[in-house]
Design a protein around this ligand. Structure first.
Ligand code: ADP
Ligand code: ZN
Length: 653
């Protein structure tokens, strides 16, 4: 494939954005970043998933190559995705290639030849390759000829053990800077917590890089966290009501659960596929390809799936088990709605999740201070799940952001920021904002539970599990109660008017608050912690989310819904009947074209681009100009076909 050069192209980043990528405007800080890097500065880019990180190094790569500076090396951890990333660049007429273990030696040889001949603008490689003597030798040669332009380190959080995808190979990337200190570097990540950020800077020696930190808000994602009752049934309902026939990801904690759930979803008529590290590599690859290429696949997966998946039209991400921390949750949910259209992040969680996650930390072999950090991160996620306030506000606060400020700097796709102005504590696009939950005063119930935990320990000298404690508080005469004589405790039956669901919810939240510890090494028994004291003494009131939505709350919900803002429309909602026909025909054409080139459909054109073409009813190539997503190379390559498809519909209609 030849590097496509439009006739009148100058090298300012704006012109490259328009002519190569077909986009009118930069998003958020993209322009500042590209300028800084084109001029040879180092950069650390923190941007949420879908924010548009790739352009931040691709545009400098193109500009610097044109200025005679040679090739940009992109380090990316997932070789499975390099093929599509490079395919997308080639579609844009940019000379790109990858070197990884999927190539045979002849193919690798050919790429090396083109590399040394100065024919590549971007070269993608996995981090483990960078350490090999052969590869270092290649880079030396390029550098000696002034043809090593830029290092782009994607998914930079992989260098940190505090991040959630630690890859030891990333540690050796310091060689780039040590061996060729005059070559600029840009490191990019969607992970934003302060510990990981500091670790990236230190590990990659980026102390002198200019940081570019975007708002982490994803205004088009709607967050909802529900109490887990029957997760499978709840999930089926959620998908059936809101996302039938759409692409989504369902995250589970274990491989077994992935298999089970994928089978159940299929039995309910969904196009679901399993994905976890226990499957053969070729099965995983096949399922991933299918997910990327088709537009109705629900991927049921462990967290092994997803990093670097840049499918733009994932309409929902569901968690049926709770993740480990907010970073993980946010990165996983961030895979929804990269195209900027409305998408859902949905999670079901319950007491068992809390217990499991605590146990995994307690039983891990890590050092105590590491465990302490992990517990703190888990607590923050629990607090999010239990929160009765705006979820988005909490999420952003976790990343050190103030929601009102975020809305002012909203960096999401064109035109949407204006529609999504937040008022303090209210985003209008999360479950708690859309349907404010009922709150009840749980101080009394919490004191009774805590005092029961305390008294049984005092009376019997051993600890007991959640079930027994709740039985005591509710005054149930079980065998165990009789065995230990716990009916004689003053707390026995003290909370007889609370339902089991209510007490369970209070317990969960007490664990979340760190007032009670679940001891995994002793049959999940409960122990009081220091923060129980003020609650027990009645010095700290506790207002909690209502466990079971009582009838009153349901009525209230219906009333509130009338005021909720209308969700963003799907891409093709505004099209008239004739345009809908063109849109359908264009999608069919795109599917054939993508299949013929073994590329995902979105690499040819996004849905939004097809919708814009359909709306315009183009007759000539000039009519296609200026549509977002149609750059010079694509106009040249596909313009005639697109006109032909549209003409076919016009003739028929
Ligand atoms: P990230 O790597 O940050 O998750 P990507 O680089 O994959 O995000 O970009 C997400 C999507 O947004 C891509 O489909 C990309 O083509 C699109 N995009 C990026 N920048 C712009 C822009 N300035 N205008 C329009 N679309 C953009
Ligand atoms: Zn909200």
């Amino acid at each position: 494939m030849n590097d496509y050069l439009a006739p009148a192209l100058n090298d300012n980043p704006q012109a490259i954005l328009r002519d190569v990528f077909g986009y009118e405007r930069f998003r958020g800080p993209q322009q500042a970043i590209t300028r800084h890097v084109i001029e040879g500065g180092d950069a650390l880019v923190l941007m949420p998933t879908g924010g548009g990180k790739s352009l931040c190094y691709q545009i400098p790569a193109i500009a610097r190559q044109r200025a005679g500076r040679g090739v940009t090396l992109v380090i990316s951890p997932l070789i499975a995705l390099m093929h599509d990333q490079v395919g997308a660049l080639r579609e844009l007429g940019v000379a790109a290639a990858f070197l990884n273990s999927t190539l045979d030696w002849q193919q690798a040889d050919e790429i090396e030849r083109r590399l040394l001949a100065g024919q590549l603008t971007l070269l993608y490689a996995a981090p483990e390759r960078v350490g090999t003597p052969r590869f270092l030798g290649l880079l030396d040669t390029l550098h000696a000829h002034g043809q090593l332009s830029l290092f782009a380190i994607d998914e930079a959080h992989c260098v940190s053990q505090w991040g959630h995808d630690f890859r030891p190979e990333y540690r050796q990337l310091t060689v780039l800077h040590e061996r060729w200190p005059d070559v600029p570097r840009i490191a990019l990540t969607a992970t934003a917590d302060a510990i990981t950020r500091a670790d990236i800077v230190e590990r990659l020696q980026l102390q002198n890089a200019r940081p570019f930190i975007s708002s982490f808000d994803r205004p088009n994602i709607r967050y909802a966290i529900v109490e887990k009752k029957d997760a499978t049934r709840q999930l089926l309902q959620f998908i059936g009501r809101q996302h039938a026939g759409e692409a989504g990801i369902v995250y589970c904690q274990s491989r077994r659960r992935v298999e089970e759930l994928a089978t159940t979803l299929c039995a309910h008529g969904l196009h679901a596929l399993p994905y976890h590290a226990g499957l053969d590599a070729d099965v995983r690859q096949r399922h991933q390809d299918c997910f990327l290429r088709e537009d109705d696949v629900v991927m049921v997966a462990t967290i092994a799936f997803g990093m670097g998946i840049d499918k733009p039209d994932v309409r929902f991400v569901a968690h049926v088990d709770m993740p480990k921390n907010i970073e993980g949750y946010y990165q996983e949910t961030g895979r929804a709605g990269r195209d900027g259209a409305l998408a859902d992040a949905w999670m079901a969680y319950g007491l068992q999740d809390v217990v499991n996650q605590r146990r995994m930390i307690d039983e891990s072999v890590a050092e105590e201070d590491f465990k302490q950090i992990m517990r703190g991160k888990l607590d923050a996620l629990l607090a999010l799940a239990e929160s009765t306030g705006c979820r988005r506000e909490r999420l952003l606060a976790y990343f050190g952001e103030d929601m009102a400020a975020a809305s002012a700097a909203a960096n999401m796709p064109d035109g949407q920021s204006a529609r999504l102005r937040y008022r303090p504590g209210f985003c209008g696009q999360c479950d708690n904002c859309l349907h404010p939950p009922e709150v009840w005063d749980a101080t009394d119930a919490a004191r009774k539970l805590l005092s029961a935990v305390f008294r049984v320990q005092q009376a019997s000298g051993i600890s007991f599990g959640a079930g027994h404690i709740m039985d005591i508080v509710r005054g149930k005469h079980t065998d165990k109660v009789a065995q230990y004589g716990h009916q004689r405790l003053s707390t026995f039956g003290a909370g007889a008017d609370y339902s089991e669901a209510q007490l369970r919810s209070v317990l969960r939240q007490l664990i979340a608050l760190g007032a009670i510890q679940v001891d995994a090494r002793a049959f999940n028994t409960l122990k009081l912690l220091e923060s129980a004291r003020p609650i027990l003494k009645g010095e700290q009131p506790l207002y909690l989310r209502a466990a079971d939505a009582p009838a009153r709350e349901k009525r209230e919900r219906r009333g509130k819904q009338g005021n909720a803002r209308r969700p963003l429309p799907p891409v093709a909602a505004d099209l008239d009947a004739a345009a809908q026909q063109r849109f359908a025909a264009l999608k069919a054409w795109r599917a054939d074209t993508a299949r013929a080139q073994e590329l995902p459909a979105y690499v040819i054109f996004h849905d939004a681009t097809l919708a814009a073409i359909a709306a315009r009813a183009p007759q000539t190539l000039a009519d296609l100009q200026g549509i977002s997503g149609i750059g010079a190379a694509k106009l040249d390559k596909y313009g005639a076909d697109v006109l032909h498809v549209c003409a076919g519909i016009n003739a028929a209609g």
